[in-house]
Every structure is written in C-alpha cells, then in structure tokens.
Design a protein around this ligand. Structure first.
Ligand code: PAF
Length: 297
C-alpha cells in the first residue's frame, strides 16, 4: 500500500449538492433516497475531474433518480513506486464542477481504511481477468481497485454505477466481480472521451509537460491507425502490434505494453484475429503513465 499523504484543509460546501465526508452519513443519505422510492446512480472517481468524468455523471443522471460521485484517491491501488503522492488533488474545484452538472451528492471520505485497531486484511481478488494488461504491468493494482470499489458499493448501495472505458480492463473486472459476488448493482461502461487533439481524457493529463503532451498524441494516433488498418482487413496480431509500437516509440513515449487481447477473456490474441478483440496501450510520456484502447470488432 502506498503511504497516505498529508491532508489539506478544505472549506468544502455546495448550495445544491450534499457533501458527505464519512461512510455513515453517505449510507444514511443513500438509504433516505431509497426510502423515498428513488434509484441511486454512482460514479466512483479519484477526483481531479475532467469532462470525461462529468459525462459519466450526466449518463448516471439519465439512468437513476439521484447521483452520487465519490472522490477518494485509493492508496491500495498504487504500487510503492507509483504516483500516489503526485496524483492531482483538487477537491474544492471538483465540487464546483459536480455542482455545475447537477450531481446530487459528493462522497469525499477522509479515509476508508481502518486507522486504528487491527490493520485492514480483507481483499477482493478477480483472478483471471487481471492476469494481463495493467493487471500484469501493475502487480496488486486490481486487488486495490476491486477492494475499494466493493467497499464503495457497500457504503453507497447504488442501483447503477458508471465507469469510463479508458480503463477498459477495470470496467470488465468490476462487472465480473459484481456478478461473481452477487453485488446488486448494474455496472455500465461509457466510451472513452477524447480531447480535441485525440488524447484520451485522464486526470493524469494535468501532469503532462507541454512537450510530453505533444509526444503523448502518438498514442491515440497509433490506435486510430490500427483501427483503420483493421477496418481495411488487417488481421495479423503481430503486424498490428509491431506497427503501433513503432509509431509510438518513434515519437518519444516509452511503451509499457502494447497488447491485443481477446474481448472475452482479456488473454493475448495470437495469429490472426477472428473474434472481437481489444488493442490496449500503456506508455509513459515523460514520467506520466497513460493508457488507451480500442475495440477491434
Ligand atoms: O478509475 C478510478 O478512478 C479508480 O480506479 C476507482 C474506480 C475510483 C477506484 O479507486
């Protein structure tokens, strides 16, 4: 687990949105909504909200009567050498953005792991879908994600939860987890939202230096090239992967992985593509790790 960082004080208030700072008040709020016959939509985030997150909130509003967004930078999904400390935190600005799109409640817990008494020792593990892509590149990452999302689901008790498909593997893993554990929530994926220059929206983009941002554009360009090549009939996995790698590396980003996986199993596809697949990329522009993907079907 990455080290918790020092808390900053915040004067968090909103005239029209409930702001809940602890799990008991969050659960009570959700239950009160349900007692009034309302369905609860949920958008879990780690904050530093951008238009992609706000699109998730808008989608949740279409699917449920009231919407909760959570902001919690979860230490257990970051490895010891990852960017937990640098992860952007801007709670007041985020609250304003959520108020602007009519989110009904913000759950911004100060902490979600036991601070006193025996240490946290219970984990949720989705075993197979996490063997590849970010699961193998970031050991322990998905165990942290599935554990915190389970905790959030148990606190918020949503009817529907919306996840962005930039984190395609995450959405699939959470859908499998809710099915396997009979957690009564519908998990919905939303298409990747892109900036006008094509870069997939991500909270980490805020950390890109101008030159690194320019070089990062090689990632969506290479992905768009692969999608086009696939549409024109290219089915050879090796050819697609090699060309995507060359295009990205030629512009500067350091590739963490480029993989084409079966959509059904998320295991690497081999030979020629005959079934729906996903091309997924993780690469560093400067010291910022970015991910992106496209379905090949
Ligand atoms: O996608 C994210 O922002 C996080 O992984 C999530 C789902 C909020 C869990 O911490």
């Amino acid at each position: 687990m990455a080290k918790p960082r020092k808390k900053r004080s915040s004067t968090l208030t909103s005239p029209s949105m409930q702001i809940l700072r602890d799990k008991d008040s969050m659960r009570a709020w959700s239950r009160a909504q349900k007692a009034l016959g309302r369905t609860v939509g949920f958008v879990p985030t780690m904050g530093s909200l951008h238009a992609g997150h706000l699109a998730l909130v808008k989608e949740a509003k279409k699917r449920a009567d009231v919407v909760v967004t959570s902001i919690y930078v979860n230490p257990t999904q970051f490895g010891p050498n990852e960017d937990f400390t640098e992860y952007p935190r801007m709670l007041d600005a985020d609250a304003k953005k959520l108020t602007g799109v009519g989110c009904h409640a913000l759950f911004a817990p100060r902490d979600l792991y036991a601070r006193s008494g025996p240490p946290h020792e219970t984990w949720v593990d989705v075993t197979d879908l996490t063997q590849t892509l970010c699961g193998s590149a970031r050991p322990g990452h998905f165990r942290g994600v599935t554990t915190i999302v389970t905790k959030l689901f148990l606190i918020v008790e949503p009817d529907v939860a919306i996840f962005g498909d930039k984190d395609y593997q995450q959405r699939r893993v959470i859908q499998r987890m809710t099915r396997d554990l009979d957690i009564p929530v519908e998990v919905v994926g939303m298409p990747i939202q892109r900036d006008t220059d094509g870069l997939a929206l991500s909270s980490r983009n805020a950390r890109l230096l101008p030159d690194d941002r320019l070089m990062a554009l090689a990632i969506p360009r290479a992905i768009a090239w692969a999608q086009d090549a696939f549409a024109k009939g290219e089915r050879r996995v090796k050819v697609l992967k090699k060309a995507v790698r060359e295009q990205i590396e030629a512009s500067g980003p350091r590739v963490d992985y480029i993989e084409i996986v079966s959509d059904a199993t998320l295991l690497p596809a081999k030979g020629k593509l005959t079934k729906p697949a996903v091309l997924a990329v993780a690469a560093y522009a400067g010291d910022v790790r970015l991910i992106d993907n496209v379905e090949l079907r």
